[in-house]
Design a protein around this ligand. Structure first.
Ligand code: HEC
Length: 138
């Protein structure tokens, strides 16, 4: 459970560090000439928030669907732990596409005897967001 919140946090820290680095160097140059060095810092806050929102979209979709009855982030329940799924598949387009189709159509035989039921009400777009989130849990 904790990882659901940790993953976006780690992502946004990353983002922050990247932005912070470049802001600092331009700030140093600007400080003597102007005192507007607050502006770049505010920008990076906005961007970090946006990155967090994107990363947690899949998590939110998962929490609204029935997935969590059978899956936990770091523990096998009926289905495999999401971290195990993330460890098994590289996060490339082909795998994301394949796993998103499996969520919709159902799947079996990859993790044991128990099949995953189909989710015909989940759109391809939503399933893709879910898979992107799951595969980010490495
Ligand atoms: C009724 C229990 C159940 C529910 C509900 C469920 N799953 Fe699963 N899930 C499973 C089982 C069991 C497997 C393993 C299937 C297999 O062995 O191929 C699985 C496998 C998976 C896999 C890996 C597929 C593969 O081929 O490796 C993903 C990704 C996944 N589920 C995501 C989801 C998402 C997202 C949802 C919610 C929309 C969801 N599951 C809902 C039981 C469930």
């Amino acid at each position: 459970m904790r990882m659901r919140y940790l993953a976006p946090f780690v992502l946004s820290t990353f983002f922050f560090a990247a932005c912070g680095g470049s802001d600092n160097s331009s700030e140093k140059k600007d400080t003597a000439a102007s005192s507007s060095n607050e502006a770049p810092a505010d920008n990076s806050m906005v961007k970090a928030g946006a990155a967090e929102a994107a990363a947690s979209k899949g998590a939110e979709l998962i929490s609204k669907s029935d997935c969590l009855t059978c899956h936990k982030v770091d523990m096998k329940v009926v289905g495999p732990a999401y971290k195990e799924v993330a460890a098994k598949y590289e996060a490339n387009d082909a795998n994301i596409e394949m796993l998103a189709s499996k969520i919709i159509a159902g799947g079996s035989g990859h993790w044991g005897e128990v099949p995953m039921q189909a989710h015909p009400n989940v759109s391809k777009e939503d399933a893709t967001e879910m898979v992107k989130y799951i595969l980010s849990l490495k």
